[in-house]
Design a protein around this ligand. Sequence first.
Ligand SMILES: C[S@@+](CC[C@H](N)C(=O)[O-])C[C@H]1O[C@@H](n2cnc3c(N)ncnc32)[C@H](O)[C@@H]1O
Length: 293
Amino acid sequence: MRQLSSERRKWLAFGLRVARLMLKGPHQTPFLVRRSYDRLAPGYDQAWTNHMRSRSLQMLDRLAPPENATCVDLTCGTGYVTGELARRTGGHVTGVDSSAGMLAVAREKHGHGCLFVQADAVDYLRSLPAHSVDVITCAWGLGYTRPWLMVREMARVLRSGGRAGIIDNTLFSLSGVLWASVLAFAEQPEVLVHVMQVRFLPAGWCLAFLMRMAGLAVLATWDGAKTYHVPDGQTAVARLTDTGAGAGFEFAADDLHREPVFRRFAEILECRYPAEQGIPITHRYLAAVGRKP
Ligand SMILES: C[S@@+](CC[C@H](N)C(=O)[O-])C[C@H]1O[C@@H](n2cnc3c(N)ncnc32)[C@H](O)[C@@H]1O
């Protein structure tokens, strides 16, 4: 009985801490996400692009961008999808991202065929005239932005017959692994200094709904998952930070406690999963392709 009440107290303290941090402004999420991506940019293609390449290509195949199309690739990162758009269309392709580090890699790898701009994705769309672009993509970045504004602006900026393709992690991506991090912080809520305020959508139907609301015809929508296993908790934490899956989250604890709390996170992961199978890391994703009538 006594143990139950101390457990309840722990969760109450954690809940209050999270609520207080969420209510306290100004929110640092965009700044922390940028800081993470600036740091991990040099190894990003190795850690993430190679792993999810087939899923990004599937979205582009279904999008079927026409030759000579004017394209904008939002949250372009290191420019893999941007480069593919240029290769497939031969048109004028612009990549937009908020991280200078990611853009430096993009310019090095794809700068010959594409233009890269540092900007917030929604702000950039707002700066474009209506009916001015043939193809707009956003791969693996929608949840960091304001999804409804993004989709609405995409619909405004597209020309009639123009196409939008979006693929992103869902709200439930990595849920097993992230639950272990919640348990680690619940043990010492006072070390939590930032709560990430991201807006990942729950599933493809939700993205399709936003597209329809914005006036786009939905040509395809789908969901999927990709799992890999890592041998231990430290590798799992390293993968989360190197792939960007934990972008911003790496600054959740104060400087003094960051290392111990992430060590505890790794320990909890190892306790939850049998060593012989390794720790599963599952990226759940959603995608949709729309067309402006
Ligand atoms: C997971 S990466 C995706 C990169 C690339 N599109 C790909 O397919 O691998 C997410 C990217 O979104 C960018 N990002 C996050 N918030 C943004 C925002 N508000 N505006 C523009 N870019 C943003 C990050 O800097 C990062 O490069």
